[in-house]
Write a protein that binds this ligand. Sequence first.
Ligand SMILES: *Cc1c(COP(=O)(O)O)cnc(C)c1O
Length: 361
Amino acid sequence: MTTRLDDLPLRDDLRGMVPYGAPQAPLPVALNVNENTHPVPQEVADDILDSLARALRDVNRYPDREFTALRESFAEYLGHGLTADQIWAGNGSNEVLQHILQAFAGPGRTAFSFGPTYSMYPLLTRGVGARWIAGERGHDYVLSPESAVEQVTQARPDVVFLCSPNNPTGTPLSLDVISAVYDAVDAIVIVDEAYHEFAPREERSALTLLPGRERLVVSRTMSKAFAFAGARVGYLAADPAFVDALRLVRLPYHLSALTQAAALAALAHAPTMLAMVDEIVAQRDRISATVAALGYEPYESWTNFVLFGGVDDPDATWQALYDRGVLIRNLDIPHALRVTAGTEEETTAFLDALASVGSRA
Ligand SMILES: *Cc1c(COP(=O)(O)O)cnc(C)c1O
């Protein structure tokens, strides 16, 4: 007899939960998890390889637990006068978010965000034994300061997630909303800027709000704009005391010597790694214009993906695209699908396939 999950003495609060599960299907055109579909440029890959080779000579020893050189490098990349003692990093920003929840949420506490938003927030929250509270967005998924303040004042959460710009809708978030939410709560306020590099250049980051706000934290990732999803590197900026709190919950040596070496080498080439951002933004805008011409309703996006509505039967359209070798994302949003901006060829493949599926199949 095979053992089922229910046969094990699992924590009661984990019973019935479903793991994160974006399909990983080997299709020719994979535009479903907002990766950067451009590979790491060869000259950067060569430097990363050299850096890994050097790190391997010492791999019998534990790595620098404080990943000091990497924190200095992130501080320099972010600018805004940030210093290394304000930086933290982990194996993807998901781990960084988990560290925050381990330190500031946990049993008896709550975390909150405005849905629809990143599906990992509730999973990470429940994983640490805290309770998830879902708020709402307004028309076209936009969040106003008034509505945001009213909702957090009522929910009184311990941690608030603000995804800026928002996944899966692409929606920008104004700094007014962030400061208004911060002032309305005693909670930790996380601004997840995973897609910040795809926003218009002149837009200010929430990093500019950090001075004087010791409960505010801005998280970033190398997974999207930096084309580094497979390396698993995320990071954040906050008050040095906030970073001290995360040291209480991280596993010792959580960032391997190889991860640190690879990230450092890639960061030294930041402009080259980010060179594809403009091209991706151009493909994103081409997707929005073309799906609109096909009769769908794209939402404004400051990210590397587009959520489009007006899909009569998302399951059928998703499957029809899948059958044509194009993988996109079918979320729990009625009459909508999400597609990542690919290379020019991949984007063309998606747009041609969508056109061939027929009007709003
Ligand atoms: C992709 C994504 C992340 C990044 O996750 P990593 O663990 O760094 O790969 C974080 N937040 C949001 C909203 C995302 O879409």
